[in-house]
Design a protein around this ligand. Structure first.
Ligand code: HEC
Ligand code: HEC
Ligand code: HEC
Ligand code: HEC
Length: 117
């Protein structure tokens, strides 16, 4: 590598390192950061991760089971819901560096006690 290129690479990577430090992380994902940002960011850091990235480690069928509800609340299951079934993209509801609420709350007032904002 030419010296100038090396310098640019160094400057560039420290900018990335800085922006990384400034970002909020979820405690439950702490371990992923040791593997690097790419453990989620399969489409580069300028884009949101794809749903496939989340699905490397999470399974929609299992999630639907974990958040299952009974009776008239059955279709309030965020992972198997009235309008979207199991097809709603994770990031409509879950954030990583930002706080978010489930998209359902735009229109409803359901109780999701285990949701981490
Ligand atoms: C490399 C594996 C991996 C990837 C990729 C990953 N996760 Fe996780 N996630 C985990 C582990 C491990 C936990 C902690 C154990 C658990 O709750 O399942 C977790 C926990 C969670 C939780 C549960 C928080 C709680 O309150 O218990 C949510 C929500 C979550 N992940 C969403 C996502 C989303 C959205 C993505 C994609 C942007 C994603 N995860 C990508 C491994 C991963
Ligand atoms: C429509 C909104 C919505 C979508 C889409 C969604 N989630 Fe969730 N998720 C929630 C809510 C709400 C909870 C908490 C449910 C509760 O409190 O009963 C939750 C809980 C979880 C949990 C914790 C489960 C537990 O054991 O309590 C994980 C892990 C998770 N979601 C991962 C994902 C991943 C990965 C995706 C995409 C494949 C996804 N979610 C898509 C709304 C959503
Ligand atoms: C657990 C998965 C996960 C990991 C690990 C992760 N990110 Fe993210 N990142 C997301 C999600 C989800 C979003 C979508 C916005 C949000 O919810 O914060 C995002 C959004 C971003 C954005 C904004 C993109 C835009 O269009 O606004 C940047 C920049 C970013 N992440 C940088 C990083 C850096 C730097 C690291 C490593 C230190 C990192 N991320 C690690 C999941 C992750
Ligand atoms: C843009 C607004 C909007 C969003 C977002 C939305 N809903 Fe609805 N939902 C409605 C409307 C309007 C109705 C009533 C019309 C009908 O019954 O078809 C309804 C009806 C329902 C019902 C049946 C009535 C009830 O209150 O029990 C359920 C269950 C439901 N939605 C679940 C969800 C879930 C879960 C989400 C998130 C994954 C969600 N909705 C997101 C507008 C919305």
């Amino acid at each position: 590598m030419k010296p100038m290129t090396t310098l640019l690479v160094l400057v560039f990577s420290s900018v990335i390192a800085l922006s990384a430090q400034a970002r909020d992380k979820r405690d439950y994902h702490e371990a992923l950061y040791e593997e690097g940002c790419k453990s989620c960011h399969d489409q580069g850091l300028k884009n949101y991760p794809s749903d496939e990235s989340c699905l490397q480690c999470h399974d929609m069928g299992e999630l639907a089971e974990q958040t299952k509800r009974e009776g008239h609340e059955a279709k309030q299951n965020p992972h198997d819901s009235m309008h979207y079934g199991q097809e709603a993209p994770c990031m409509e509801c879950h954030g990583e560096h930002t706080k978010k609420q489930a998209i359902c709350m735009d229109c409803h007032n359901f109780n999701y006690p285990n949701f981490t904002k």
